[in-house]
Design a binder for this molecule. Sequence first.
Ligand code: SF4
Length: 355
Amino acid sequence: MPVPRCSGPCGGARPAALRRPRTGGAVCRTCFCSAFEAEVLSTLQTGRLLPPGAVVAVGASGGKDSTVLAHVLQVLDARHALGLDLRLVAVDEGIGGYRDAALAAVRRQAARWQLPLTVVAYAELFGGWTMDEVARRAAQEPGRARACCTFCGVLRRRALEEGAQRVGATHIVTGHNADDMAETVLMNFLRGDAGRLARGGTLGSPGEGGALPRCRPLQFASQKEIVLYAHFQELDYFSEECVYAPEAFRGHVRDLLKALEAARPSVVLDLVHSAERLALAPAARPPPPGACIRCGALASRSLCQACALLDGLNRGRPRLAIGKGRKGLGEEGEREGCTSKTRGRPTLAGAIQAF
Ligand code: SF4
């Protein structure tokens, strides 16, 4: 079968290189990358996410999502004079056999793009606790299956905030994409967590309680297109799976979503847009959060999630902080989890639809 000509803005001047997973249109590399960048720009502008002059901390994990995010923001900033001041902030969770290699990728990116890089480590921020130590301690407690991402996500959120504050950022951006968001929506449904469902569809958080505003410029970009964009731009990223990722509940949700997507290809974006339109009945709304009595962060109880978790760890009872339902951490950590998990994620060969 002959390769079709590009149906994009080049008007067929070049042969098509792929069918866009999002639209099914046959496009060349140049038209695909331009369309991808234009869609991210539209997300930024429609949501008014990053005002001119914003000092932007990019949560950099070394994985494809944050790599593509940092690259696209630089391209858009240069092309459209957005007035952004970009800085990379990476979190070292202290996961042996995994994070060192991922951080090496972030360092190569910082050097290639000449962007300032700050690395904040759990051990430094959390009284010597590394994720490996947290996992060891959690495994000693009987009762529930291990769920390291639940702990890690809470600490990551705090660590990224701390790193961003250190570099003088006014905004935080993370590489969460449409598939991540759809998984989160589905997880919240499966947990019956109406509160998180209702606030999970926005493009970010406005920065309450002294926290920096956060946003997700890739929220409407699919995993497949991110893989393709990284390939066509020859981006250097890290793609190994975290040693704790196979334990995560998110992995089961991802498998379910893949099965649903096979029957209904639009299911990922449908879920993301559904969450945008959800609103809680007044009677179901949780009370407004207060301030953590220890660190001042937003908290629905006397201690915020991170302080409650550290308290539990230091007392030798980390699972006390997890608890159940609204009173505990639930699976919050996985909701805020990193984008370094690879199980069920598309490979380049899977993302490109051959002609
Ligand atoms: Fe932490 Fe991500 Fe590893 Fe889970 S997969 S333990 S959130 S680094």
